[in-house]
Design a binder for this molecule. Structure first.
Ligand SMILES: Cc1cc2nc3c(=O)[nH]c(=O)nc-3n(C[C@H](O)[C@H](O)[C@H](O)COP(=O)(O)OP(=O)(O)OC[C@H]3O[C@@H](n4cnc5c(N)ncnc54)[C@H](O)[C@@H]3O)c2cc1C
Length: 604
């Protein structure tokens, strides 16, 4: 079911099964950097260029996904260099600054990102690193020596010579907000430039093939041309001009550059879930435990109902997430060069990053547990996957923060800004749309297993949840605004509700990705299997939130029981095909080889 992605994906997979990727050295950060240089030499870094300059965002995402299957650290290093930083330069830089792109693509400039600070990670608007303009030198002085302003979590700073730094732009004592600067870290002979200090942050709990640093700028001088100034510029006299409607629009354009990195993290997380499930399913169809008195052989793990229930809904979700990730790669390709019309894409990307990374972390943990003691051995890889995937939920945007942003975007027309009067009118619209959804859905009282296990039921139930949560959130926020609260406090008072809405939105959106894919599936695809994945995904999601559906009166107790039984029987049916599904992933044997899959099982 990979469609257009199949060919590039297999090409990159083959590439990663050859030199120089055949062995892993002790110095992982150095090897990861060498591998990145190899990609740059072979021209793959250019995939990250805008399409008009020869890049290919779709292929970039395909390669990123394969890198995730091969090595998360390489995927991150590759994504940072050729994804995030290149995207920032192409989107935020002027035509005169685009020359950097070729230098970055070829790794003549090795880059890192300095956004997060000790005191501020999620709240980018409040960053404290300061870039003060000095007309007498026609340049900025960068400083972050104030308490809490030090840049932290700067991945791979030790091997970088150029840093994309986010800092407050100040001119003659007044601040114009956070802007992006390209800061050279090293001069001739690779010595650090004056005022720059790089210190290790210590060992991270996962993704240890990269190093993480604290970066200090102490009165570092850079030229005026180092400000990425497509949306806001500063002239020789220090006159500041923003080309966008408002400082809010400019900050959004800046944060919009995170889209590529978040897309890649979704791919990496999905790759991690795929590896975890490939290991656990293969183990579960071989390993035997317990038998009934009449049986000769003990039963395979995957024939036990509890094991099926633990693994199969995750496998179905993986298939759905994979369809969503590919839809996103197509959308990113189509939107690549449009800097302001892609709010919807940002909402989808952030939402998918949060959902997929949380799903992958949970999947790895469940798979680890489903392999018993074998799962606890480092050589069997699942403990490492658990450690690494856990970090995905925080980097490139903490999941909770991303989901709060998604809910806020869903409430209002982000493009027009989130002021009180516009929010109030947007909320009236949200109210109308849900009333319609509720009317068409609430009066469907389906109870038989056939009625419950149907597309019609899934479509309506998942849609109803989004619309209902959006409507009730809109109503609650509106009431608070009318009571005089500002937008921030009104939303802050309903955070739990916002998170539920963001979650429901993502589940419905990605459900539709697989549904659309099935509808357009070419002959030769196993529609039966895909339909089963869709059904198990939808019903297991409704089951997981059945408390809410019951509260709303959308489901009654009988329907709820039917759903629970359907999830069990779909899980049992899917267990029959589980090995076929993981084999269809076509992962190279060496990527999943581990002692537990070699273990001899008792033949009886
Ligand atoms: C492996 C790894 C690599 C990284 N690489 C880089 C890099 O190369 N460059 C870089 O700049 N950064 C990098 N980061 C940093 C990462 O982007 C930040 O850690 C992340 O954005 C979260 O910021 P924080 O650590 O300040 O957490 P905080 O923002 O302090 O959040 C802490 C907790 O508080 C919660 N919280 C915060 N605000 C709110 C709120 N308003 N409402 C409700 N809950 C809230 C969050 O949900 C979270 O649970 C990396 C991080 C990791 C783990």
């Amino acid at each position: 079911m990979e469609g257009k992605a199949h060919k590039p994906s297999r090409k990159y997979r083959k590439l990663l099964c050859q030199e120089p990727f055949l062995s892993r050295s002790g110095d992982r950060p150095a090897q990861v950097l060498d591998w990145c240089r190899w990609f740059a030499r072979e021209g793959y870094g250019r995939l990250g260029l805008p399409p008009s300059k020869g890049g290919d965002p779709f292929e970039f995402q395909c390669l990123g996904y394969e890198l995730g299957l091969f090595d998360f650290n390489l995927m991150m290093r590759f994504g940072l260099q050729f994804g995030f930083v290149m995207r920032a330069v192409s989107r935020l830089g002027t035509d005169n600054q685009q020359f950097w792109l070729e230098r970055i693509a070829s790794m003549e400039a090795v880059t890192c990102l300095a956004m997060t600070e000790e005191a501020h990670g999620s709240n980018v608007r409040a960053l404290q690193t300061c870039a003060e303009y000095h007309p007498e030198t026609d340049g900025f002085v960068l400083d972050n020596t104030a308490p809490g302003a030090g840049k932290v979590w700067v991945s791979s700073a030790e091997s970088s010579d150029l840093c994309l730094a986010f800092a407050q732009l100040r001119v003659a004592g007044s601040s114009h907000g956070v802007h992006a600067f390209l800061v050279p870290l090293r001069g001739p002979g690779k010595a650090l430039c004056p005022g720059i200090r790089i210190e290790s942050m210590g060992e991270s709990g996962g993704l240890s093939g990269l190093k993480y640093h604290r970066l200090t700028f102490e009165q570092v001088q850079i030229g005026r041309e180092q400000l990425l100034s497509r949306h806001a510029e500063l002239d020789r006299q220090g006159r500041y001009r923003c080309h966008l409607k408002s400082p809010g629009h400019r900050l959004n354009a800046l944060l919009g550059t995170l889209v590529v990195g978040r897309g890649l993290l979704s791919s990496g997380a999905a790759a991690g879930a795929k590896l975890s499930l490939s290991l656990a399913v293969r183990y579960s169809v071989e390993r035997r435990q317990f038998r009934s008195p009449g049986e000769i052989l003990e039963r395979k793990l995957l024939s036990h109902q509890a094991h099926q229930k633990a693994l199969m809904p995750h496998l179905a979700t993986l298939v759905v997430v994979d369809a969503a990730r590919r839809t996103l790669a197509h959308e990113q390709h189509d939107y690549f060069e449009d800097s302001l019309k892609d709010r919807k894409l940002e909402t989808f990307t952030s939402s998918l990053k949060a959902y997929t990374s949380a799903f992958a972390a949970e999947t790895a943990r469940v798979c680890r547990e489903c392999c018993g003691g074998s799962g606890c051995l480092v050589d069997n890889r699942l403990t490492g996957l658990c450690r690494d995937l856990d970090l995905f939920t925080t980097m490139e945007g903490d999941n909770r923060i991303l989901n709060l942003m998604v809910a806020r975007n869903l409430l209002t027309d982000y493009q027009r800004g989130l002021d009180r009067s516009r929010l109030l009118s947007a909320l009236s619209w949200a109210g109308k749309s849900v009333n319609l959804a509720a009317r068409t859905s609430l009066n469907t009282r389906k109870t038989t297993p056939e009625e419950i296990n149907s597309r019609n039921f899934f479509d309506k139930a998942l849609r109803y949840r989004v619309e209902c949560l959006r409507f009730s959130l809109a109503r609650r926020v509106r009431a608070r605004l009318e009571d005089g609260l500002d937008v921030y406090d009104a939303l802050a008072d309903c955070q739990d509700h916002c998170l539920a809405l963001a979650h429901a939105y993502c589940e419905e959106k990605i459900y539709r990705c697989l549904r659309n894919l099935i509808e357009s599936s070419p002959p030769g695809w196993d529609r039966r299997l895909l339909e089963r994945c869709l059904a198990l995904y939808a019903l297991s999601r409704i089951e997981a939130d059945r408390g809410w559906f019951l509260e709303q009166g959308y489901l009654n107790a009988r329907q709820s029981r039917t759903i629970r039984n359907e999830v069990l029987s779909l899980s049992a049916e899917m267990a029959e095909d589980a090995l076929t599904i993981v084999e269809a992933f076509e992962l190279p044997t060496q990527w999943i080889a581990c002692p537990m899959l070699e273990m001899k099982q008792d033949a009886g």
